[in-house]
Every structure is written in structure tokens, then in C-alpha cells.
Write a protein that binds this ligand. Structure first.
Ligand SMILES: *Cc1c(COP(=O)(O)O)cnc(C)c1O
Length: 378
């Protein structure tokens, strides 16, 4: 029964998700995130560019990972699984822990020792995950998770789990529904490269419903997307994947063993969806590019100060990319551009406070002092 009351993306997009009809849905009402039009970034307005931010930080655990996790955990539970496992730079562990709690199953999460944002660690701890801090980075954790899944009864919920990408593709559906068409460009940060691939899957499915020339590797529907009834678009965006300079295997064209960046969510040297992401860039006629940490942080602050949106550093990489490519003319005037803001800024308060030069003055608890500060700073 459709009461108009939003109950999560599985209920909303059931017909395009590969789940059994009678499965018990594990949901926290994820998805349905706002698509916010930029109003104050003048450089964009000047060129007639419509710049939108898909704020995935407003998902239940504060990142887009929830889109994939609801589908992956629903499937795991319907297969009878009692435990899930993931390697994580932070957000996957937070999401896995929350959905496992909701499902009443166990979550094991492997995180890099140090280098995890405090908010993300707090989430995994509060939701009762069993946390394994490994002396190694995300890529080491990923290798271990794949090995142990062969030896113990645990279900991997990293993005190598195809149900994750199926859930994440729904973001493209929401964007097309909101805009009435696909954007011309979609800018997105790239770490393990699952999300850029998931978005492309979504856009391809949508285009395939109205254009029989569009074929794609969606994995579940074998290119027959006739079951998708709405919305319709013939357009597919150019996909632009952005990395941090210290963790940019796609720019190098090869895996990297010691990735380093302040944007810990994309501190990944061995992306698991390498081939899929390469195909995405090629098919969509898009490109990869990378930015140094200082530019990523400046962009994070620019968004927070000018648009009132606080995203985490990895997410700001997408906007750094859009800004750069608009300025360079790689994105032509009058284009419609969507940037995915993958996670919420509150995830990583330490980085925010450290880089902010916000005015913080200590004054006497007296009217005069408050008044003087106001008058001095108007
Ligand atoms: C996971 C994550 C990414 C990277 O997504 P991939 O699918 O691994 O490329 C980017 N930003 C944030 C905030 C994330 O949590």
C-alpha cells in the first residue's frame, strides 16, 4: 500500500532490485536524499552552469554506504547468514554495524589501525560491531576479508558484494526523477570504485528503457531493462571520477601500495572495482583526475561556508573536481552537473577543527564584551 510515507529504498525500488519477493527487508529508511542546487558559488552561476549536490551524508549512518548495505544485509539475512564482515576505511563499518544491529546479526569490521575518523569509529562501537584494528591499511583488510570468507561462515558486505552496487545504483534513479532527466556530468570521488560503477549501472538501466542502442553490464538484468517503468531518460552523463593525489591509482594507471591522503574514505591503493570503473569512464566518455589534500580541504570549507553544507573531505574531492573542470572549460557553459557528497562532515570533526580558522574568542560573561565583539565584527 502506498501511503506516500517513505520507508526506504528497497520498498521504493523493489522492482529493480534482485531480491526475493518474500524476503524480510532490513532498512533504516535510507535513500531519498536531497539534491541541493548551489546558490552562492558564483563562478558556476556565471557560466550558466546548474550545479547540484546530492547530499548522501544525510543517509541514516551519514554516508551512501547505507544504500548498498540495506540490500546486502537484506540478502544476507534471507540466505540465513548470521554474520557479516567487511574491511573499511570507516563508513562501511559504521553502516554494516548499524544494519547488523537492525537485523539482529553480528558484524565483524576490519579497520586500519589509526587513520580512521573518530565519528566512524564511534558508530561501529555504539552499534556493537566486533572491531578488528589491523596493523595495515584498507587494502590489507580487504585481502584478509576475502581470505577469511572462504574459511568461516560470514557474508562479505564490501562493494565486491554485487548487492551493494545494486542498492547504490538507486541514487541515479533519484537524480533522474528530481531533474526530470540525467545530468550532463556526474562528479564523484573514487576509492574502491564501487560507487562510480553503481551510478553508471543506474544511468545505463534508465537509458536502456528508452534507447535500445544502450547496452551495459548491469549484472542482473542482462541488458533487458524493460521492467523499469519510470523515470525515462535517453541521456547518460559523462562520469567524472576524482581521487586524492596521494591515493590515485586510476591516474597512475596502476595499483598503489602506500596510499596517503587526509581524505581517509578514499585512502585506497588497490580498488576492487578497477575494471568496472575503467569501463564506466570509457563508455561514458568521462575522465579521472586527482587533487592534492590542501585543495580538497579548501573545497570542503568553501562548501561549508558558502552553501551551508558540511561534507567529509573525500566528498569535497568531487566538488574540487567540478570546480576545476568548469574553470578549465572541460565542462562547458550551461551544463547540468551533479556532485555526489558521499559522507557527512561530522564524521571527521578532528580534521574540520584542525583546518578551520574559525573565530573563537574567549570573553568575560558580560553584556559589554558580547556587544563589543558583535560591533567589531559586523
Ligand atoms: C566509501 C566512500 C567513498 C568511496 O567510494 P568507493 O565506492 O569506494 O569508490 C568516498 N567517500 C566516502 C565518504 C565514502 O564513505
Amino acid at each position: 500500500m502506498d501511503t506516500g510515507f517513505y520507508t526506504g529504498l528497497i520498498d521504493r525500488y523493489r522492482s529493480i532490485l534482485p531480491l526475493a519477493k518474500d524476503c524480510k527487508v532490513i532498512s533504516l529508511c535510507e535513500g531519498n536524499t536531497p539534491l541541493v542546487r548551489c546558490r552562492n558559488l558564483e563562478w558556476a552561476n556565471r557560466k550558466g552552469i546548474k550545479l547540484y549536490l546530492k547530499f548522501e551524508g544525510l543517509n541514516p549512518t551519514g554516508s551512501f554506504k547505507d544504500r548498498g548495505m540495506t540490500v546486502a544485509v537484506t540478502q544476507a539475512v534471507s540466505e540465513g547468514s548470521r554474520a557479516i564482515i567487511c574491511a573499511s576505511t570507516g563508513n562501511t563499518s559504521a553502516s554494516a554495524a548499524a544494519y547488523a544491529a537492525r537485523a539482529g546479526i553480528k558484524a565483524f569490521v576490519l579497520i586500519p589501525d589509526g587513520n580512521i575518523a573518530m565519528g566512524k569509529l564511534a558508530q561501529a562501537m555504539m552499534h556493537g560491531a566486533i572491531i578488528l584494528q589491523i596493523r595495515g591499511n584498507f587494502d590489507d583488510g580487504m585481502r584478509l576479508v576475502k581470505e577469511v570468507a572462504n574459511e568461516a561462515p560470514v557474508n562479505i558486505v564490501n562493494s565486491i558484494n554485487p548487492y551493494r552496487l545494486q542498492g547504490q545504483k538507486t541514487a541515479s534513479y533519484e537524480i533522474v526523477e528530481a531533474l526530470g532527466d540525467a545530468p550532463d556530468f556526474h562528479c564523484i570521488p573514487v576509492g574502491n570504485a564501487g560507487n562510480i560503477s553503481a551510478h553508471w549501472t543506474g544511468y545505463c538501466e534508465l537509458a536502456a528503457t528508452s534507447n535500445s542502442n544502450v547496452t551495459h553490464a548491469c549484472g542482473f538484468c542482462d541488458g533487458d531493462c524493460s521492467f523499469i517503468t519510470s523515470p525515462k531518460t535517453t541521456l547518460r552523463p559523462k562520469m567524472l571520477g576524482y581521487q586524492a593525489t596521494g591515493a590515485a591509482p586510476f591516474i597512475k594507471g596502476a595499483m598503489i601500495d602506500e596510499p596517503e591522503t587526509v581524505a581517509t574514505a578514499i585512502r585506497i591503493g588497490h580498488p576492487q572495482s578497477w575494471d568496472f570503473a575503467q569501463a564506466t569512464i570509457k563508455e561514458s566518455d568521462g575522465w579521472f583526475y586527482s587533487f592534492p589534500d590542501d585543495q580538497i580541504l579548501v573545497t570542503q570549507k568553501l562548501l561549508a561556508e558558502n552553501e551551508g553544507i558540511f561534507c567529509e573531505p573525500a566528498s569535497a574531492t568531487a566538488v574540487a573536481g567540478a570546480l576545476h573542470d568548469i574553470e578549465q572549460g572541460n565542462i562547458p557553459d550551461n551544463s547540468t552537473v551533479v556532485c555526489t557528497l558521499t559522507g557527512h562532515g561530522l564524521k571527521d570533526p578532528d580534521i574540520a577543527i584542525k583546518q578551520s580558522n574559525a573565530m573563537l574568542v574567549t570573553i568575560d560573561a558580560q553584556l559589554d564584551s558580547v556587544k563589543r565583539t558583535i560591533l567589531d565584527n559586523l
